[in-house]
Design a protein around this ligand. Sequence first.
Ligand code: SAH
Ligand code: SF4
Length: 356
Amino acid sequence: MTNIKPSLLDFTLKELQEVVKPAFRAKQIYGWLYHQYVQDFDDMKNIPKTIKEELAQKYIVNPLKIVNKEVSTDGTIKYLLQMQDSKTMEAVWLKMKDTQFDENGEVVQEAKYTICVSTQVGCKVGCSFCLTAKGGFTRNLTVGEIVAQVVTLKRDNEHKHNRMINIVYMGMGEPLDNLDNLAKAIEIFKEDDGLCISAKRQTVSTSGLSNKIDQLGAMDLGVHIAISLHAVDDELRTELIPMNKAHNINSIIEAVKRFPIDTRKRVMFEYLVIKDKNDDLGSAKKLVKLLHGIKAKVNLIYFNPYPGTNYDRPSKEDMVSFADYLIKHGLLCTIRDSKGIDISAACGQLKEQSKL
Ligand code: SAH
Ligand code: SF4
C-alpha cells in the first residue's frame, strides 16, 4: 500500500502561506507549481532545501500520473490519469480553434484549447445512456486531483501558464455532487499568482441537482452553468436520468432562473439527441416553450454509441432539422461536432475501454 499524501495543489495561496513561512516562499512555490508545472520538490531551484525536505515529508507535488493517451486526428487528446490509490479517471484536451497565420506565415492568433475535467471516479447519478455510470460510483476527487488535471495537461502540451484556456467540468462524475471540492478548485484556478483562469472561462455541467444549483449560485463564484437537459418531458427524462424523479424539469428550470448569470452570458442547455427517443420536431417545439424567457443557448449533442448500449446515434438530417426548428423559433443553438470521435471521446469511454 502506497503512502497517500495530500498534494500542494490542494491549497489556495493563502492556505499555502499558512504552511510555508515566510509568505514570499509560498508565493515562489506557487510559481513553481502553476507557472513551471514542476513535478518534483528538487526542481524548485530557489527554495531552501530545509523547506523542501519538510514539505516532502507531508505532501506530494502532483498526485496524477499519465497512464494512457489517445490522440485524435482533430487535435483532441484524451488522457487516462492515475491517482495515488491507483484509481483512474479521464481528462480531455480539446482544440477549439486552429492557429491563425497571416500571408507571411506569421502567427496572428494562437490556437484555442479547452480542458474537460473530471470531478469523481464514477458517478452516482446513473444515467442510462452514460458509460461512466456503468461502473457505479467509487469516490470524489480531491481538490488537488481536480486542479492537477489542468496542470498536467497544460504541462504535457507545453502550454504556457499565461496562455488562455477554458475549463469545462464535463468529464467523469457529477460536479455538484462534489460541490465543496469543486468550488475550491474553481478558486484555485482563479488565483492571480497561479493559473489566473477567470470564472468566466469555467463552465460547470450538471445533470440537474436543483438544490445544488442553488447552492452553487449562492457561492457567487462567477462560473457558468450548463444543464444536461436531454428531454422535454419528465417521463423520458426519468428514463435517461433516474434522479429526475427527485429533481424534475420544472425544479431545474426554476433553479436556473434564480442562478446569478453574467448579463452578457447565457445558460447552456445540453440536449443529447438519441435516435427515435427525442429527435423529433414535437420535442423541439416543447423545448422552445420550456426555455421561453430564459437567456439560453442549446447545445445539441450526437449520442455517441458504445458496445452494449440500447441507444442509437441520430441521423444528420434529423439533427439538422431539430437545430433549424430551434433557430427559426429564436433559440441560439449549436450542434456539438463530435470532437475526437475516432478516439471515443464521450465521457468514460477511454477508462472503460482500458478494462476490456
Ligand atoms: N455529470 C455531468 C457532467 C459530466 S457528463 C452531466 O451529466 O452534465 C458530460 C456530458 O457528456 C453530459 O452532457 C452527458 O450527457 C454527455 N454524455 C454522456 N454519455 C454520452 C454519450 N454516450 N454520448 C454523448 N454524450 C454523452
Ligand atoms: Fe453522471 Fe453525467 Fe454520466 Fe449522468 S451523464 S451518469 S450525471 S457523468
